[in-house]
Ligand binder design. Sequence first.
Ligand code: G3I
Length: 446
Amino acid sequence: MKLTSRSVSLVPIVATASAAALGAVLVVSAPASAATTLGAAAAQSGRYFGTAVAAGKLNDQTYVNILNTEFNMVTAENEMKWDATEPNRGQFTYSGGDRVLNQAVSNGKRVRGHALLWHQQEPGWAQRMEGSDLRQAMMNHVTQVATHYKGKIYAWDVVNEAFADGGSGGRRDSNLQRTGNDWIEAAFRAARAADPAAKLCYNDYNTDSINPKSTGIYNMVRDFKSRGVPIDCVGFQAHLTNTAPSDYQANLQRFANLGVEVQITELDISGSNQANAYGAVTRACMAVRACAGITVWGIRDTDSWRTGQNPLLFTGSGAKKAAYNSVLDALNAGGTGPTTTTTTTSNDPGPGGCTASVSLNQWDGGFVATVKVTAGSRALNGWRVTTTLSNGTVTSSWSSNRSGTSGTVTFTNVDYNGAVPAGQSTEFGFQGTGSGSGLNPTCAAT
Ligand code: G3I
């Protein structure tokens, strides 16, 4: 049996006796020594540090230098939105989005997709639509854009800002909402079908504390989880003034406890207490295992949508601000890392066989496992993955058919991911309560 290992971080490496017996390598990420860039500092705990990028600024050398040095995740600030990608019904243009994505990918960064459906920046033709015709156009938009970027997006903001401000805790009125309350789950299902590998997020603002709006979203996520609607993450935009709410971390944690990843997606903070507030937000993310990373909404103060408020980490001329040092120090101080473990088993597929590896995100009381199925030297027409789950219970799974919830659990391909070319991979996932430790997936061709 040939032993292979893939890992996200190599410090420290822990291989248990039983894992070794299965031909598995277990890698646990942990903070290392102080790093000198935001991306590298975040990566020490398995997190990312990202920024919004505007395609029109990719010719600005100061901008690009900071982007390439400091960040390892990118969000297109406007270029993947509905008005940009489908200016006329059924006519898709991806030039701006592709430009941002290609610059990121060719410099080793990952990309968050933003945003498939949002009541703002709808193209004019969609603004004038209602009812079932609009619903059809919405779902087609989700499917087309997620398909165009299939396999290239770390996480999509599938739906953006659908909840109302104020005390109602309910949905915001919009032509999207008026197509029926189920539009959000329909969008998530369409996005999952189009790009099963992307994490699917709900993203909103004014959700930085435990308040009626964030609680409305919390209730939706809990409902989606209980009914198997495919949602993987919640984005907290975090457009803040002077301070982070005292219950910022507690709010992130309550969402994490539902079994979703939490991401800080559009961070910017104005005011004289800016540096402290940036530190507080960063420490809160570091203290929540399921907080996967932070994205700031622009690079230099002059790049910000908050004109004149100077809410970012770099001055207009590209110098690091005190807020930058606060963030870097908080990232370097470490924290409760998402316990990301990568286990590889079944290492000698032989002709016609396959391997399975699992990446596990574990937090107090729950986990998400992402399993990669890789074909051997011959293409697969179908596959079956079997694993033991000793101390946990599967509550939902995606991109596979499942048999069992604990003990021995078996997953088989669904229609669209059974055919895997030689040497290529496909992914499925599952989540559960309890512990996902000790997963030992083995793969067989069917
Ligand atoms: O590109 C055109 C330009 O050709 C034209 O001359 C100019 C005239 O106004 O407009 C330019 O487009 C502007 C675009 O930004 C690019 O600069 C739009 O008018 C302007 O509305 C748009 O603003 C964006 C805003 O979303 C739209 O609501 C901001 O850049 C962007 O930072 C902001 O981002 C949002 C997130 O997507 C969701 N959360 C809130 C966040 C801040 O509002």
